[in-house]
Design a protein around this ligand. Structure first.
Ligand code: 5RP
Length: 225
């Protein structure tokens, strides 16, 4: 049930994404409270799709509960569309993702998808990425080393996400206090740190389409050239 205005906007963005669902295809499905609305809506049109590839155990469980067939990346080599939320999106459609800790699988599914549709409420749109702490998935034994390197390379403050283990058995360091003006370059730099699995910057593979829900309705925008 929709319980608050922000959740109503998330649901509106998710429902608008049904227009992007390609009939008879497998859909790439992200993770989070916005995507949960999408999964519930997909249940209503499941006869139109072959199934879904999920970016997390949580989304897979919800898809399965609706009787939507699940595929893995061993079954397919490309997807027509990947639909997911974001924690922040900038004017160039670069994103911070991973608030739910699913960033690595999200990045993998996005990488094989021909089109990334980002579904957001208006609070996620920012001029510059970084107010939302940047998640970095880390191999557990490398945690202290990676934290030192993140501080040195970004000037931000990494904090361990307490009590959280990713679907891949790793830790998350959330880097606070950033203002990211060159997201694609920073994405590469942070991925070079030994012990980093991936970071939550989605710049080299940003969104192609933004469905932004505001009080005036859902606005569809294609990625600027
Ligand atoms: C999960 C994500 C989500 O897309 C992001 O955190 C947005 O979540 P929500 O839809 O709950 O606001 O990247 O890892």
């Amino acid at each position: 049930m929709t319980t608050n205005p922000q959740d109503a906007l998330k649901k509106a963005a998710a429902l608008a994404a049904l227009d992007d669902v390609v009939d008879d295809s497998i859909i790439g499905v992200g993770t989070g409270s916005t995507v949960n609305h999408l999964i519930d809506a997909l249940a209503g049109i499941k006869s139109r799709i072959r199934g879904a590839v999920s970016s997390s155990e949580a989304s897979a469980k919800r898809l399965a509960a609706h009787g939507i067939p699940l595929f893995t990346l061993d079954d397919i080599d490309t997807l027509p569309v990947y639909i997911d939320g974001a924690d922040e999106i900038d004017p160039g459609f670069n994103m911070i993702k991973g608030g739910g800790g699913a960033l690595t699988r999200e990045k993998i599914v996005a990488a094989i998808s021909r089109r990334f549709v980002c579904i957001c409420d208006a609070s996620k749109q920012v001029a510059t990425l970084g107010r939302f702490p940047l998640p970095v998935e880390v191999i557990p034994m490398a945690r202290a080393h990676v934290a030192r390197e993140l501080t040195r390379l970004t000037g931000g403050e990494p904090k361990l996400r307490e009590g959280f283990i990713t679907d891949n058995g790793n830790l998350i360091l959330d880097v606070h206090g950033l203002a990211i003006t060159t997201p694609a370059a920073l994405e590469t730099t942070l991925n070079q740190i030994v012990g980093v699995v991936t970071n939550g910057l989605f710049a080299q593979r940003g969104a192609d389409v933004l469905l932004l829900a505001t009080a005036d309705g859902v606005k569809r925008t294609e990625r600027p050239l």
